[in-house]
Design a protein around this ligand. Structure first.
Ligand SMILES: Cc1ncc(COP(=O)(O)O)c(C=O)c1O
Length: 388
């Protein structure tokens, strides 16, 4: 058959062939232990599924804006910006059917045929496929084993950088599972600035970590204006099959990516986007909860459990009230407001106290305050308590 010649340059995810072989082996009655899957065998959280059902019932089944619906772009801007400590507005966000389309759209928007693209190898196979497909020059950079995992061969990267126009960087790496040290990331950012490279930061696994915090290369000096972030709901919310993600990019690039959306898929499924708003809001609230719990741990005389639901904390402040010498938790709350500006309700706002109650509690709602203000405010409370 006479197919288009460029298809000779299109690669694929050969890992899917491993799935087929395993499925075939299982179909013949054999036990298979599936370590080949990059999918998640956990359900999408129920509230996200409910939000999607409600969106369908509400008729959100037609076309919508190519760049994404406004509430989702706003929620993603807040979420991506605050998690990474960078300024992101809705105009920077272009919703996509998954994270993967960001790879092709980054290349289509910023690479001319013949231009060099640095990309990780071993790495996610779609990078190589798309660079080849659009006629770019492959500039793979390698990793070496370190005592704690893998590191990028910076000498090789330095040597190749003058030939490149684009750099693909996948920190929290598939398949290596590794993460750049602060020094390695700073070195890569410096190279990108020095050689005026456009960078795609594939952050598919930004939130998938068991300790510590992730850093985005976009937050380093000189990087926000040259970086397109690949963001996806797939792994973070166990939504691989829903196909929802976005590009977070400088506005002129975002506008071109939105134009590609119009050409390719018109828009990402409307009701899936509506469910994404629910998911993005939850992620932000989780961040605030964690910020509040961390900050409260440093306040003398305060104890608080870490709830898995709602957006309220109900810390026990019995010892704190005693330390500050107040008779009632109401006086404690008033003094806290006047000394630190931190304002909260107390147990007494939630029904009459029972006669046997001896402990004092306050209620902190974190739905209307940013994670940064949570840390700052509770920090002031800690200082005040320490001096009491
Ligand atoms: C490094 C990396 N980038 C991007 C993707 C694509 O994710 P999505 O399912 O959101 O398209 C994956 C998926 O496995 C990945 O491992």
């Amino acid at each position: 058959m006479d197919l288009a010649e460029r298809l000779d340059r299109l690669g694929t995810e050969t890992a899917f062939a491993v799935s087929a072989a395993a499925a075939d082996w299982a179909a013949r009655g054999n036990r298979v232990y599936p370590f080949h899957l990059g999918d998640i065998n956990l359900p999408t959280p129920a509230n996200i599924v409910e939000a999607m059902n409600e969106a369908i019932a509400a008729g959100k089944t037609g076309y919508c804006a190519a760049a994404g619906i406004a509430p989702l772009r706003e929620a993603l801007a807040t979420n991506i910006g605050s998690d990474r400590g960078i300024e992101v507005g809705p105009a920077n966000i272009v919703v996509q059917p998954g994270g993967k389309p960001v790879i092709t759209k980054f290349i289509q928007t910023l690479m001319n045929p013949g231009e060099g693209v640095l990309y990780p190898n071993p790495g996610y196979p779609i990078y190589e496929s798309q660079i080849c497909y659009f006629g770019g020059r492959l500039l793979p950079y390698r990793y070496h084993e370190t005592p704690t995992g893998f590191g990028i061969d910076l000498d090789q990267l330095r040597e190749l950088a003058p030939q490149a126009r684009l750099l693909i960087y996948n920190n929290l790496q598939n398949p290596l599972g590794c993460e750049s040290s602060a020094e390695e990331m700073a070195e890569i950012a410096a190279l990108a600035v020095e050689h005026d490279l456009w960078v795609m930061s594939d952050e598919a696994y930004f939130e998938m970590r068991y300790s510590g915090t992730s850093t985005s290369i976009a937050s380093l000096p000189g990087m926000a204006e040259r970086t397109v972030i690949l963001y996806t709901f797939s792994k973070k919310f166990a939504m691989t099959g829903w196909r929802l993600g976005c590009a977070a990019a400088p506005v002129p690039v975002a506008e071109q990516i939105a134009k590609l959306n119009t050409n390719d898929e018109s828009c990402t499924t409307h009701f899936v986007q509506a469910a994404g708003v629910e998911a993005a809001i939850l992620a932000e609230l989780e961040r605030r909860r964690d910020a509040a719990i961390d900050a409260l741990a440093a306040v003398p005389g305060v104890h608080c459990a870490k709830p898995e639901a709602t957006f309220y904390l109900f810390p026990n402040v019995t010892e704190a009230v005693a330390r500050t010498g107040f008779d009632t938790v109401t006086d404690f709350a008033t003094a806290a407001l006047h000394n630190t500006g931190v304002s909260f309700c107390t147990r007494h706002h939630f029904g009459s106290a029972q006669p046997e109650e001896r402990e004092h509690y306050i209620r902190l709602a974190y739905s209307g305050i940013s994670a940064e203000d949570i840390t700052e405010g509770i920090g002031l409370l800690a200082k005040w308590m320490a001096s009491a």
